[in-house]
Design a protein around this ligand. Sequence first.
Ligand SMILES: *Cc1c(COP(=O)(O)O)cnc(C)c1O
Length: 382
Amino acid sequence: MIKNYLIAPGPTPVPARVLLASAQPIIHHRTPQFSRIFADAKTGLKEIFQTQQDVLMLAASGTGAMESAVTNLFNPGDQVLVVNGGKFGERWTKLSKTFGLEVVELKVEWGCGARVEDIGKALEAHPRIVGVLVQASETSTTAVHPVKEIAALTRSRDIMLVVDGITAVGVYDVPMDRWGIDALITGSQKALMMPPGLAFIALSARAWERVKNVKTPRFYFDLARERDNLSKDTTAWTPAIALITGLREALLMMREEGLERIFARHARLAAATRAAAAALGLRLVAPEAPSPAVTGIYVPPAVDGKKLVGYLRDRMGITFAGGQDHLAGKIVRIGHLGYVGAYDVVTAVAALEMALRKFGHAVELGRGVAAAEEIFIDALPE
Ligand SMILES: *Cc1c(COP(=O)(O)O)cnc(C)c1O
Protein backbone atom coordinates (compact mmCIF):
# COMPACT_ATOMS: atom_id res chain seq x y z
CA MET A 1 0.00 0.00 0.00
CA ILE A 2 1.14 3.50 -0.75
CA LYS A 3 -0.68 6.33 0.98
CA ASN A 4 -1.47 9.16 -1.42
CA TYR A 5 -1.34 12.87 -0.65
CA LEU A 6 -2.88 15.46 -2.94
CA ILE A 7 -0.70 18.57 -2.53
CA ALA A 8 -1.58 20.35 -5.77
CA PRO A 9 -3.21 23.78 -6.22
CA GLY A 10 -6.49 22.15 -7.27
CA PRO A 11 -8.11 19.81 -7.04
CA THR A 12 -7.47 19.84 -3.32
CA PRO A 13 -8.24 17.35 -0.52
CA VAL A 14 -11.89 17.03 0.52
CA PRO A 15 -12.66 16.61 4.25
CA ALA A 16 -14.64 13.54 5.35
CA ARG A 17 -17.50 15.75 6.56
CA VAL A 18 -17.97 17.08 3.04
CA LEU A 19 -17.61 13.68 1.37
CA LEU A 20 -20.20 12.17 3.70
CA ALA A 21 -22.63 15.03 3.12
CA SER A 22 -22.31 14.48 -0.63
CA ALA A 23 -22.80 10.72 -0.20
CA GLN A 24 -26.39 11.08 1.04
CA PRO A 25 -29.09 9.56 -1.17
CA ILE A 26 -30.06 11.95 -3.96
CA ILE A 27 -33.19 14.00 -3.29
CA HIS A 28 -35.26 15.72 -5.93
CA HIS A 29 -34.20 19.29 -6.65
CA ARG A 30 -37.67 20.82 -7.15
CA THR A 31 -38.59 20.25 -3.51
CA PRO A 32 -38.63 22.27 -0.28
CA GLN A 33 -36.07 19.77 1.10
CA PHE A 34 -33.50 20.69 -1.55
CA SER A 35 -34.35 24.37 -1.41
CA ARG A 36 -33.43 24.47 2.27
CA ILE A 37 -29.98 23.06 1.50
CA PHE A 38 -29.64 25.46 -1.42
CA ALA A 39 -30.63 28.45 0.71
CA ASP A 40 -27.96 27.61 3.30
CA ALA A 41 -25.32 27.34 0.57
CA LYS A 42 -26.48 30.64 -0.91
CA THR A 43 -26.04 32.42 2.42
CA GLY A 44 -22.66 30.83 3.09
CA LEU A 45 -21.31 31.83 -0.32
CA LYS A 46 -22.11 35.50 0.28
CA GLU A 47 -20.00 35.37 3.43
CA ILE A 48 -17.08 33.83 1.56
CA PHE A 49 -17.37 36.34 -1.31
CA GLN A 50 -17.86 39.18 1.19
CA THR A 51 -20.75 40.53 -0.85
CA GLN A 52 -24.39 41.53 -0.49
CA GLN A 53 -24.97 40.37 -4.07
CA ASP A 54 -26.20 36.94 -5.12
CA VAL A 55 -23.53 34.32 -5.71
CA LEU A 56 -24.67 32.07 -8.55
CA MET A 57 -23.87 28.35 -8.56
CA LEU A 58 -23.14 26.81 -11.96
CA ALA A 59 -22.64 23.13 -12.71
CA ALA A 60 -19.27 23.57 -14.41
CA SER A 61 -15.59 23.75 -13.67
CA GLY A 62 -14.22 27.22 -12.93
CA THR A 63 -13.80 28.01 -16.61
CA GLY A 64 -17.59 27.87 -17.01
CA ALA A 65 -17.94 30.85 -14.69
CA MET A 66 -15.15 32.64 -16.58
CA GLU A 67 -17.04 32.09 -19.82
CA SER A 68 -20.28 33.32 -18.25
CA ALA A 69 -18.55 36.56 -17.23
CA VAL A 70 -17.43 37.18 -20.81
CA THR A 71 -20.78 36.33 -22.47
CA ASN A 72 -22.97 38.18 -19.96
CA LEU A 73 -20.90 41.36 -19.55
CA PHE A 74 -19.51 42.09 -23.01
CA ASN A 75 -20.72 42.50 -26.57
CA PRO A 76 -18.75 41.44 -29.63
CA GLY A 77 -16.44 44.32 -30.54
CA ASP A 78 -16.11 45.54 -26.96
CA GLN A 79 -12.54 46.34 -26.06
CA VAL A 80 -11.17 44.70 -22.90
CA LEU A 81 -7.82 44.72 -21.14
CA VAL A 82 -6.56 41.25 -20.24
CA VAL A 83 -3.80 40.94 -17.69
CA ASN A 84 -1.90 37.95 -19.06
CA GLY A 85 0.74 36.71 -16.66
CA GLY A 86 0.31 32.96 -17.07
CA LYS A 87 -1.87 30.13 -18.33
CA PHE A 88 -5.03 31.47 -16.74
CA GLY A 89 -4.47 34.99 -17.99
CA GLU A 90 -4.01 33.43 -21.41
CA ARG A 91 -7.41 31.75 -20.92
CA TRP A 92 -9.06 35.18 -20.51
CA THR A 93 -7.59 36.17 -23.87
CA LYS A 94 -8.75 32.99 -25.63
CA LEU A 95 -12.22 33.21 -24.13
CA SER A 96 -12.61 36.89 -25.00
CA LYS A 97 -11.48 36.36 -28.58
CA THR A 98 -13.81 33.36 -28.96
CA PHE A 99 -16.76 35.68 -28.31
CA GLY A 100 -15.53 38.43 -30.62
CA LEU A 101 -14.14 40.85 -28.04
CA GLU A 102 -11.23 43.07 -28.97
CA VAL A 103 -8.40 42.22 -26.60
CA VAL A 104 -5.67 44.59 -25.43
CA GLU A 105 -3.16 42.37 -23.68
CA LEU A 106 -0.95 43.46 -20.83
CA LYS A 107 1.74 40.78 -20.78
CA VAL A 108 3.26 40.23 -17.38
CA GLU A 109 6.44 38.24 -16.91
CA TRP A 110 5.65 34.83 -15.46
CA GLY A 111 6.15 34.83 -11.70
CA CYS A 112 5.49 38.56 -11.38
CA GLY A 113 2.44 40.49 -10.34
CA ALA A 114 1.10 43.14 -12.74
CA ARG A 115 2.22 46.72 -12.09
CA VAL A 116 -0.69 49.03 -11.39
CA GLU A 117 1.04 51.87 -13.29
CA ASP A 118 1.04 49.70 -16.42
CA ILE A 119 -2.67 49.08 -16.08
CA GLY A 120 -3.33 52.79 -15.57
CA LYS A 121 -1.28 53.56 -18.69
CA ALA A 122 -3.14 50.96 -20.76
CA LEU A 123 -6.48 52.42 -19.71
CA GLU A 124 -5.29 55.91 -20.69
CA ALA A 125 -3.95 54.70 -24.04
CA HIS A 126 -7.13 52.81 -24.90
CA PRO A 127 -10.13 54.90 -23.85
CA ARG A 128 -12.57 52.40 -25.44
CA ILE A 129 -11.76 49.72 -22.86
CA VAL A 130 -14.91 48.64 -21.02
CA GLY A 131 -13.51 45.75 -18.99
CA VAL A 132 -10.39 44.56 -17.20
CA LEU A 133 -10.01 40.79 -16.86
CA VAL A 134 -7.47 39.54 -14.36
CA GLN A 135 -6.55 36.70 -12.02
CA ALA A 136 -6.25 37.49 -8.33
CA SER A 137 -3.87 34.55 -7.90
CA GLU A 138 -2.30 33.27 -11.16
CA THR A 139 -2.04 29.62 -10.14
CA SER A 140 0.22 28.66 -13.04
CA THR A 141 3.02 31.01 -11.97
CA THR A 142 2.15 31.19 -8.24
CA ALA A 143 2.04 35.02 -8.31
CA VAL A 144 -0.72 37.41 -7.22
CA HIS A 145 -1.93 40.51 -9.07
CA PRO A 146 -2.83 43.71 -7.14
CA VAL A 147 -6.62 43.50 -7.43
CA LYS A 148 -7.32 46.12 -4.76
CA GLU A 149 -5.24 48.72 -6.58
CA ILE A 150 -6.69 47.77 -9.97
CA ALA A 151 -10.19 48.16 -8.53
CA ALA A 152 -9.28 51.69 -7.44
CA LEU A 153 -8.71 52.47 -11.15
CA THR A 154 -11.81 50.77 -12.55
CA ARG A 155 -14.53 51.59 -10.04
CA SER A 156 -14.36 55.33 -10.74
CA ARG A 157 -14.63 54.68 -14.50
CA ASP A 158 -17.22 52.90 -16.60
CA ILE A 159 -15.02 49.80 -16.68
CA MET A 160 -16.00 46.36 -15.44
CA LEU A 161 -13.41 44.65 -13.26
CA VAL A 162 -13.69 40.89 -13.75
CA VAL A 163 -11.62 38.87 -11.29
CA ASP A 164 -10.81 35.17 -11.54
CA GLY A 165 -10.48 34.51 -7.82
CA ILE A 166 -10.33 30.76 -8.18
CA THR A 167 -7.26 30.35 -5.94
CA ALA A 168 -7.94 33.54 -3.96
CA VAL A 169 -11.51 33.46 -2.64
CA GLY A 170 -11.39 31.68 0.72
CA VAL A 171 -7.58 31.88 0.76
CA TYR A 172 -6.85 35.57 1.40
CA ASP A 173 -8.84 38.76 1.72
CA VAL A 174 -10.59 39.73 -1.53
CA PRO A 175 -13.62 41.70 -0.28
CA MET A 176 -15.75 42.03 -3.39
CA ASP A 177 -18.06 44.85 -2.31
CA ARG A 178 -15.52 46.87 -0.34
CA TRP A 179 -13.00 46.92 -3.18
CA GLY A 180 -15.58 47.42 -5.92
CA ILE A 181 -15.05 44.24 -7.95
CA ASP A 182 -17.71 43.84 -10.68
CA ALA A 183 -17.47 40.10 -11.20
CA LEU A 184 -15.82 37.66 -8.83
CA ILE A 185 -15.39 34.00 -9.68
CA THR A 186 -14.30 30.84 -7.93
CA GLY A 187 -14.58 27.07 -8.33
CA SER A 188 -15.38 24.25 -5.95
CA GLN A 189 -12.12 22.27 -6.16
CA LYS A 190 -9.78 24.85 -4.67
CA ALA A 191 -10.23 26.68 -1.34
CA LEU A 192 -13.81 25.49 -0.89
CA MET A 193 -12.56 21.97 -0.08
CA MET A 194 -14.89 20.30 -2.56
CA PRO A 195 -14.64 17.93 -5.51
CA PRO A 196 -14.52 19.64 -8.92
CA GLY A 197 -17.83 20.43 -10.63
CA LEU A 198 -19.23 23.70 -9.30
CA ALA A 199 -18.34 27.22 -10.39
CA PHE A 200 -19.44 30.39 -8.65
CA ILE A 201 -19.86 33.96 -9.83
CA ALA A 202 -21.19 37.14 -8.26
CA LEU A 203 -21.84 40.43 -10.08
CA SER A 204 -21.92 43.97 -8.73
CA ALA A 205 -25.08 46.10 -9.02
CA ARG A 206 -23.64 48.04 -11.96
CA ALA A 207 -22.59 44.80 -13.65
CA TRP A 208 -26.19 43.57 -13.45
CA GLU A 209 -27.26 46.81 -15.15
CA ARG A 210 -24.78 46.13 -17.91
CA VAL A 211 -26.00 42.55 -18.42
CA LYS A 212 -29.34 43.92 -19.67
CA ASN A 213 -27.66 45.50 -22.72
CA VAL A 214 -25.39 42.63 -23.67
CA LYS A 215 -26.47 40.65 -26.71
CA THR A 216 -23.75 38.01 -26.89
CA PRO A 217 -25.47 34.64 -27.43
CA ARG A 218 -25.71 32.54 -24.29
CA PHE A 219 -28.00 29.80 -23.11
CA TYR A 220 -26.69 27.49 -20.38
CA PHE A 221 -24.73 30.31 -18.76
CA ASP A 222 -27.48 32.94 -18.82
CA LEU A 223 -26.80 34.68 -15.51
CA ALA A 224 -30.03 36.71 -15.38
CA ARG A 225 -32.05 33.52 -15.71
CA GLU A 226 -29.85 31.90 -13.07
CA ARG A 227 -30.48 34.82 -10.72
CA ASP A 228 -34.26 34.55 -11.17
CA ASN A 229 -34.05 30.92 -10.15
CA LEU A 230 -31.71 31.65 -7.26
CA SER A 231 -34.33 33.97 -5.78
CA LYS A 232 -36.59 30.91 -5.62
CA ASP A 233 -33.84 28.81 -4.03
CA THR A 234 -33.18 26.70 -7.06
CA THR A 235 -31.14 26.69 -10.26
CA ALA A 236 -32.24 27.07 -13.89
CA TRP A 237 -31.12 23.56 -14.82
CA THR A 238 -30.76 20.40 -12.76
CA PRO A 239 -28.26 21.39 -10.09
CA ALA A 240 -25.28 19.23 -9.07
CA ILE A 241 -27.37 18.07 -6.11
CA ALA A 242 -24.73 15.97 -4.35
CA LEU A 243 -22.12 18.72 -4.74
CA ILE A 244 -24.41 21.42 -3.38
CA THR A 245 -25.20 19.21 -0.39
CA GLY A 246 -21.45 18.90 0.19
CA LEU A 247 -21.00 22.62 -0.38
CA ARG A 248 -23.36 23.43 2.47
CA GLU A 249 -21.15 21.35 4.79
CA ALA A 250 -17.92 22.91 3.47
CA LEU A 251 -19.32 26.41 4.00
CA LEU A 252 -20.39 25.43 7.51
CA MET A 253 -16.81 24.35 8.24
CA MET A 254 -15.54 27.65 6.87
CA ARG A 255 -17.98 29.58 9.02
CA GLU A 256 -16.84 27.64 12.09
CA GLU A 257 -13.24 28.59 11.40
CA GLY A 258 -14.04 32.17 10.39
CA LEU A 259 -12.57 34.15 7.50
CA GLU A 260 -9.87 35.85 9.58
CA ARG A 261 -8.50 32.54 10.80
CA ILE A 262 -8.79 30.99 7.33
CA PHE A 263 -6.69 33.82 5.86
CA ALA A 264 -4.15 33.58 8.70
CA ARG A 265 -3.83 29.83 8.25
CA HIS A 266 -3.15 30.13 4.53
CA ALA A 267 -0.63 32.93 5.11
CA ARG A 268 1.20 30.71 7.61
CA LEU A 269 1.18 27.65 5.35
CA ALA A 270 2.61 29.75 2.53
CA ALA A 271 5.24 31.38 4.76
CA ALA A 272 6.37 27.99 6.04
CA THR A 273 6.64 26.57 2.51
CA ARG A 274 8.69 29.57 1.37
CA ALA A 275 10.92 29.33 4.44
CA ALA A 276 11.54 25.66 3.68
CA ALA A 277 12.52 26.46 0.10
CA ALA A 278 14.93 29.16 1.29
CA ALA A 279 16.49 26.81 3.85
CA LEU A 280 17.06 24.26 1.09
CA GLY A 281 18.70 26.89 -1.10
CA LEU A 282 15.92 26.66 -3.71
CA ARG A 283 14.62 29.66 -5.63
CA LEU A 284 10.99 30.77 -5.63
CA VAL A 285 9.14 31.32 -8.92
CA ALA A 286 7.31 34.38 -7.55
CA PRO A 287 9.52 35.89 -4.84
CA GLU A 288 8.08 39.43 -5.10
CA ALA A 289 4.36 38.64 -5.16
CA PRO A 290 3.93 35.08 -3.89
CA SER A 291 0.44 33.57 -3.72
CA PRO A 292 -0.82 32.39 -0.33
CA ALA A 293 -2.49 29.48 -2.17
CA VAL A 294 0.45 27.82 -3.88
CA THR A 295 4.22 28.06 -3.82
CA GLY A 296 6.28 27.56 -6.98
CA ILE A 297 9.86 26.41 -6.47
CA TYR A 298 12.58 26.02 -9.11
CA VAL A 299 14.20 22.60 -9.02
CA PRO A 300 18.01 22.65 -9.17
CA PRO A 301 19.19 22.99 -12.82
CA ALA A 302 20.70 19.50 -12.84
CA VAL A 303 17.37 17.90 -11.86
CA ASP A 304 14.66 17.02 -14.39
CA GLY A 305 11.57 18.50 -12.78
CA LYS A 306 9.15 16.37 -14.80
CA LYS A 307 10.83 13.17 -13.66
CA LEU A 308 11.00 14.50 -10.10
CA VAL A 309 7.24 15.23 -10.01
CA GLY A 310 6.55 11.80 -11.54
CA TYR A 311 8.73 10.03 -9.00
CA LEU A 312 7.11 11.88 -6.11
CA ARG A 313 3.66 10.94 -7.42
CA ASP A 314 4.18 7.35 -8.56
CA ARG A 315 6.75 6.09 -6.08
CA MET A 316 6.21 8.29 -3.02
CA GLY A 317 2.47 8.97 -3.20
CA ILE A 318 2.91 12.75 -3.22
CA THR A 319 1.08 14.66 -5.96
CA PHE A 320 2.55 18.11 -6.60
CA ALA A 321 1.93 20.09 -9.76
CA GLY A 322 4.75 20.75 -12.21
CA GLY A 323 5.25 23.73 -14.48
CA GLN A 324 3.60 24.56 -17.80
CA ASP A 325 4.99 25.89 -21.08
CA HIS A 326 8.48 27.35 -20.59
CA LEU A 327 8.41 26.38 -16.92
CA ALA A 328 7.72 22.70 -17.75
CA GLY A 329 10.29 20.48 -16.05
CA LYS A 330 11.79 23.45 -14.23
CA ILE A 331 9.50 23.94 -11.23
CA VAL A 332 7.30 22.19 -8.71
CA ARG A 333 4.16 23.82 -7.39
CA ILE A 334 3.13 22.92 -3.85
CA GLY A 335 -0.53 23.62 -3.17
CA HIS A 336 -1.52 24.76 0.31
CA LEU A 337 -5.11 25.87 -0.01
CA GLY A 338 -8.36 24.49 1.27
CA TYR A 339 -8.38 21.56 3.67
CA VAL A 340 -4.68 21.87 4.48
CA GLY A 341 -2.82 22.14 7.76
CA ALA A 342 0.74 22.47 9.06
CA TYR A 343 1.58 18.78 8.78
CA ASP A 344 0.58 18.69 5.14
CA VAL A 345 3.32 21.25 4.48
CA VAL A 346 5.75 19.31 6.68
CA THR A 347 4.93 16.18 4.67
CA ALA A 348 5.35 18.03 1.39
CA VAL A 349 8.72 19.47 2.34
CA ALA A 350 10.01 16.15 3.74
CA ALA A 351 9.02 14.40 0.51
CA LEU A 352 10.68 17.09 -1.61
CA GLU A 353 13.91 16.77 0.36
CA MET A 354 13.96 13.01 -0.07
CA ALA A 355 13.13 13.12 -3.77
CA LEU A 356 15.83 15.72 -4.44
CA ARG A 357 18.38 13.52 -2.64
CA LYS A 358 17.26 10.57 -4.80
CA PHE A 359 17.84 12.69 -7.88
CA GLY A 360 21.41 13.39 -6.85
CA HIS A 361 21.01 16.86 -5.38
CA ALA A 362 22.96 17.41 -2.17
CA VAL A 363 20.29 17.95 0.47
CA GLU A 364 20.70 18.06 4.20
CA LEU A 365 17.62 16.06 5.15
CA GLY A 366 15.33 17.85 7.57
CA ARG A 367 16.65 21.33 6.88
CA GLY A 368 13.54 22.49 5.03
CA VAL A 369 11.27 20.72 7.49
CA ALA A 370 12.96 22.50 10.40
CA ALA A 371 12.43 25.88 8.76
CA ALA A 372 8.74 25.14 8.31
CA GLU A 373 8.46 23.91 11.89
CA GLU A 374 9.95 27.16 13.17
CA ILE A 375 7.01 29.01 11.60
CA PHE A 376 4.34 26.58 12.79
CA ILE A 377 5.60 26.28 16.37
CA ASP A 378 4.97 29.98 16.90
CA ALA A 379 1.28 29.43 16.16
CA LEU A 380 0.78 26.54 18.61
CA PRO A 381 -1.49 27.24 21.59
CA GLU A 382 0.14 27.71 25.02
C1 LIG B 1 -8.12 26.15 -11.35
C2 LIG B 1 -8.19 27.48 -11.93
C3 LIG B 1 -9.12 27.83 -12.92
C4 LIG B 1 -10.24 26.95 -13.36
O1 LIG B 1 -9.92 25.88 -14.07
P1 LIG B 1 -11.00 24.75 -14.27
O2 LIG B 1 -10.15 23.61 -14.70
O3 LIG B 1 -11.96 25.18 -15.29
O4 LIG B 1 -11.69 24.52 -12.95
C5 LIG B 1 -9.14 29.12 -13.41
N1 LIG B 1 -8.31 30.05 -12.93
C6 LIG B 1 -7.41 29.77 -11.97
C7 LIG B 1 -6.54 30.88 -11.47
C8 LIG B 1 -7.32 28.49 -11.44
O5 LIG B 1 -6.44 28.23 -10.46
